[in-house]
Write a protein that binds this ligand. Structure first.
Ligand SMILES: *Cc1c(COP(=O)(O)O)cnc(C)c1O
Length: 469
């Protein structure tokens, strides 16, 4: 491109005001604001000028009003596309941390929409007209469900562990088994949290074996508490030993030192009938005599992101008075969603009402029936060159829980003559709503366990789009 051609092209670029008059653009001004649209026009025009100056031939076709209008339209659409979007989780990983862990129950969703645009009695006592504490919103339910003296909510379980340690053990020793110094999801490591809380880590036992005796020997006047951590995301096999909870409780009681258990997932129900056998149940730990338990609300519990600390009121009262409590304070909408989720446990309807538990309890026959019906619908719409078959497989709980429990399922395997599995995976991911499948051995797999029946039509549309391109 010669200099004079470049000058010629630069002169041909329409002015901002000219573009604002185009119907496709002026409608954006009405829907948003002139300032916003003008700033996007200026960006696009600047990019066009840069392209011309750098001799980019493709810029030539871009400078007509028509193509600038189309380009701007796409840009403005993209600007308004939210970064956080609803997605279809077809991976069969129920608690997928990257996909936001637990989807909320219908009641929790209703609570969010009922409360979010309104004032609430968050910290207002409707009976006395005086001030109240936000914890009062969920503490009665937690006390009923867990059978504990007191309970408080914080932003997540990491905050719960931190606050417990900071309140009860700052400057003092915390005894932890070497087999329980776990890392959960990269940024949460028990030794690091412990150090930041101001507590001093006193490791006991070995990686594979820790006995009650090891705790006993390590106790000294500076011991603040015994910490037991559920090794959520891994299991040890072979020559291993971990004290039985009752023995540890007995030791803690005899020494007058609190025993704190980070149970991780917030399992509030026996899930053994569904194949999940190694998750500690909060009520059982508390009933056995653990002084404080803490757990996440968006893992097996199936609620919004929060952390619960429950147990003896003498410790909970101290934790509530910790000035750092304020930095982990739970937001009003979360209280609403949490209360609605907990209500399902209280009324004995958790398995049917809470999506995470419903997915866990779904039988493979139920999934097979849904998958068969889905495949029949899909075959009617999909083009030649695409094969769908049902294969046996496993779903997993995920989210750093139950690493060894797998839930038998039926997977829909997609094989396309045109697209490799990875291409298909990326096409599915770019649909609206995005679909996240599993890829194994050059097959794209769909597990309906984590897809709700109401999402099936959208899933089918996404599949057709992705396969037809
Ligand atoms: C998941 C987990 C945590 C962290 O909980 P978040 O709610 O993600 O902060 C802490 N401890 C254990 C044992 C866990 O499993």
């Amino acid at each position: 491109m010669t200099d004079s051609t470049q000058l010629e092209l630069l002169r041909k670029i329409p002015a901002v005001d000219q573009l604002l008059l185009l119907p496709g653009i002026s409608s954006w001004v009405e829907r948003t604001s002139r300032g916003f649209v003008v700033s996007e026009i200026q960006k696009v025009l600047e990019e066009t000028r840069d392209a011309i100056r750098s001799g980019d031939e493709s810029a030539v076709s871009q400078i007509s009003s028509g193509s600038l209008e189309r380009l701007l339209n796409d840009r403005l659409h993209a600007c308004l596309q939210p970064a956080l979007r609803a997605a279809i989780n077809a991976t069969g990983v129920i608690l997928h941390t990257n996909l936001g862990r637990a989807p909320l129950s219908a009641a929790a969703q209703q609570s969010l929409s009922a409360l979010s645009g309104q004032y609430t009695n968050l910290e207002y006592d409707l009976n006395s007209g005086g001030r109240s504490h936000r914890d009062k919103l969920v503490e009665p339910l937690l006390k009923e469900i867990l059978g504990c003296e007191a309970a408080t909510a914080v932003n997540n379980n990491a905050a719960a562990v931190f606050l417990i340690l900071n309140t009860l053990a700052c400057g003092r020793e915390v005894i932890v088994s070497r087999g329980e110094l776990v890392e959960i999801g990269g940024s949460f490591r028990i030794p690091d949290i412990l150090m930041r809380s101001g507590a001093i880590l006193r490791e006991v036992g070995t990686t594979n074996k820790t006995r009650v005796q090891d705790y006993q020997t390590a106790v000294n006047p500076n011991t603040a508490l015994l910490l037991r951590v559920h090794p959520s995301n891994y299991r040890m096999h072979g020559f291993t030993q971990r004290p039985d909870l009752p023995d540890l409780i007995e030791l803690a009681k005899s020494l007058g030192i609190p025993l704190v258990e980070d149970i991780g997932s917030g399992c509030l129900r026996d899930l053994k009938p569904y194949g999940i056998s190694d998750e500690p149940i909060a009520q059982e730990s508390l009933a056995a005599g653990v002084d404080l338990v803490c757990f996440s609300c968006d893992k097996l519990l199936g609620g919004p992101q929060a952390g619960i600390i429950a147990g003896a009121s003498r410790w909970i009262d101290l934790i509530r008075k910790n000035p750092l409590m304020r930095t982990y304070r739970v937001e009003k909408l979360i209280y609403g969603a949490l209360e609605a989720t907990l209500a399902s446990y209280r009324t004995g309807r958790a398995i049917t009402e809470i999506p995470v538990l419903r997915m866990i309890s779904m039988s493979r026959e139920e999934i097979r029936a849904r998958a068969r019906a889905f495949v029949r619908r899909a075959r009617k719409r999909l083009s030649l060159g695409v094969r769908l078959e049902l294969i046996e497989g496993d779903s997993v709980v995920g989210g750093g829980s139950c690493p060894e429990s797998s839930l038998p399922t039926f997977l829909i395997a997609l094989v396309s003559d045109k697209h490799k599995a990875n291409t298909l995976e990326s096409r599915l991911r770019l649909q609206d709503p995005p679909v996240i499948p599993r890829v194994e051995e050059d097959r794209t797999l769909i597990d309906l366990r984590t897809v709700s029946p109401v999402q099936e039509s959208a899933l089918l549309d996404a599949l057709c789009n992705a396969l037809s391109l």
